[in-house]
Write a new protein. Structure first.
Length: 599
């Protein structure tokens, strides 16, 4: 990237590091190695030039049609990589600017010395892929009418990684610059549902209980299969402009279009229904098919499809999809939606140890690892920042750390949920004290990075849940509620949140908590019903407050409860219809205690 300034006529070659504000960007000066800031309007961006990456491997151009990926060898830390002094110096500057170690894909790029020096030249090197896109009827050439909105296009270089972080393949994809589309002209509806993580965990628990098999596939260039209904014109891509003044009139969905995900989803659902698969009316991304006593379940996450069920049914379903789309067989499910899956004789284990190690490496310079048994210390209080501790000068770092921890908390680490919920409250104005608490959590995470959730194949209980609340623990007298749902002896759903209103008693706080649990349990009952899976009713919910249990089992009305919002009486409906039953449990055995210091 070139930098220009009215006050300085010279042009300095820099590397774009990101935006510091809506009008200021951060740049790495190659000559001095300093990180500088400059006005965005004074910068000239060279999108297709990579002067510091002369050895970038040629990408795979599969945006226009399915192309077999090029495999690259895995790299280990013991391999000796030889780089020239200039490139090594530039990479060292970048490493210092970001304070991050060189990645395996970077090392591989440095080792390969026979590749084009720019992405643009690499794209020009392939003269066959462009024809493949035309053959797949993704577009046609046309002259755009006057007044038509012509969206831009660009090449995007992507590095695909394996589960262990090694490089799987390099590829480039032609994408549309969908941010230039206009609502009502180039697109209308954009929503396309995806599998939620709780549904995925529920299917894994069912798989463990029934000793089923799993399988996963990836559909290559999935968006190109969807037929585009809107009239969309796109500029010819860089390196392939024939100079005729014509543009692309898109016929199929292209990556980057706002509606591309939706039309792909509709196309896939239509095909699955035509093959006899039944869509769940509870969760639209789950399908099933039954032949006699054998079953298969399909869960969709964009272009990834997970199979659960009997092996012969999985093979048949795989062949059904393979006959209509170009797919990559990923074998048994080992990694999806950020979750690592391990199949053991005793059941199925899920964890995020790889992701957690990346978090720890990212923030390693801010904490000293030492053994900690709980996510937050017992001295923690959920109170706003005081004058005793200074506010963080850059709250972005706090937001990044919270976001990283939250991703682990919602997928495989329920023990982090309450602590993340507490610390998220201070995201707008975090103090150095709150940052110290975050680093305390990282110390806890360092000692528990290999913790996992196990789904046993010997468990025989239907889904059951625990609900609890911590009364008056927040400033403003609000409480913290939490619940946990178990199946196959493992957690499939959980939540810890601050109450939206101020409960006037601990009974009311517990009542709000078990009502939230009832809503979540109802969603799983809907899944069982929609997928025609037998379930023993009523389901058991455990509560450690007797007054709350009386409130659930009786239509009590008194001066102490007359003010409770009617939405929380939903739990009574579940009890009266025999869908759930509320059972007392001792506080010592309560698994959903939303205490800040409880792991």
């Amino acid at each position: 990237m070139d930098r220009t300034s009215p006050a300085a006529p010279c042009r300095n070659e820099t590397i774009y590091l990101g935006a510091d504000s809506p009008s200021i960007v951060k740049l790495l000066d190659i000559q001095s190695g300093r990180v500088i800031r400059h006005h965005f309007k004074d910068c000239d961006f060279c999108h297709n030039l990579y002067p510091l990456w002369p050895s970038l491997p040629s990408p795979i151009l599969n945006a226009m049609g399915p192309v077999e990926p090029t495999r690259v060898p895995d790299l280990t830390a013991s391999e000796n990589i030889t780089v020239n002094t200039k490139v090594h110096h530039h990479l060292e500057l970048m490493r210092m600017a970001h304070n991050e170690p060189l990645s395996p894909e970077t090392l591989h790029a440095l080792r390969d010395k026979h590749k084009p020096p720019t992405l643009h030249k690499s794209i020009l090197k392939s003269n066959t892929t462009h024809a493949q896109q035309h053959d797949s009827q993704t577009y046609s050439y046309a002259f755009a009418p006057d007044g038509a909105n012509i969206i831009g296009s660009k090449w995007v270089h992507k590095i695909k990684l394996n589960t262990d972080g090694s490089v799987e393949r390099f590829k480039a994809r032609l994408v549309a610059q969908g941010y230039t589309q206009r609502f009502g002209f180039d697109y209308a509806e954009t929503h396309s549902p995806v599998m939620r993580s709780a549904t995925f965990r529920w299917l894994l628990a069912l798989t463990a209980l029934n000793c089923w098999s799993t399988r996963m596939l990836d559909i290559s260039s999935a968006y190109l299969y969807g037929e585009l209904e809107d009239l969309v014109y796109m500029k010819q891509p860089p390196g392939h402009d024939d100079g005729s003044g014509r543009v692309y009139k898109l016929k199929k969905g292209l990556y980057g279009l706002k509606q591309a995900g939706r039309i792909w989803y509709i196309n896939l659902v239509t095909y699955l229904k035509s093959q006899g698969y039944v869509q769940s009316n509870a969760y639209p991304c789950v399908f099933y098919k039954t032949l006699g006593t054998e079953r298969v379940f399909l869960a969709i996450y964009v272009d990834n499809i997970c199979f659960f069920g009997h092996q012969c049914m999985i093979d048949a379903a795989f062949n059904d999809i393979k006959s209509a789309f170009k797919v990559r067989d990923l074998g048994p499910i080992t990694y999806t939606i950020g979750i690592q899956v391990e199949h053991m004789p005793s059941g199925i284990f899920i964890h995020q140890s790889k992701y957690i190690k990346e978090i720890l490496a990212r923030f390693s310079k801010y904490f000293t690892p030492y053994p900690i048994s709980v996510p937050l210390p017992t001295s923690f209080k959920s109170e706003p920042s005081t004058e005793t501790f200074a506010l963080m000068p850059d709250p972005k770092m706090y937001l990044e750390a919270i976001g990283c921890l939250n991703y682990a908390a919602i997928n495989t680490r329920p023990d982090l949920s309450t602590a993340v919920s507490y610390l998220s409250i201070f995201s707008s104005k975090p103090s150095t004290e709150h940052w110290d608490y975050l680093m305390h959590m990282h110390c806890y995470l360092n000692g528990t990075k290999d913790h996992s959730i196990s789904y046993s194949n010997s468990g025989n209980l239907p889904p059951h849940g625990f609900a609890d609340a911590a009364y008056n623990v927040h400033s403003g007298a609000k409480s913290q509620l939490g619940y946990l749902v178990l199946l196959a002896d493992g957690a499939i759903s959980w939540k810890s949140m601050k109450t939206p209103i101020v409960p006037l008693s601990s009974t009311e706080a517990e009542y709000m908590s078990i009502s939230e649990l009832g809503r979540e349990i109802q969603s799983f009952i809907n899944l069982y019903t929609a997928l025609d899976i037998p379930i023993i009713m009523p389901l058991t919910l455990f509560e450690d407050n007797m007054s709350t249990i009386h409130q659930c089992n009786n239509d009590m009305f008194s001066h102490r409860s007359k003010h409770i919002n009617v939405r929380y009486h939903y739990i009574r409906e579940l009890v009266n219809t025999k869908q759930v039953t509320i059972t007392f449990i001792k506080t010592a055995n309560q698994l959903a205690t939303p205490s800040a210091s409880t792991a």
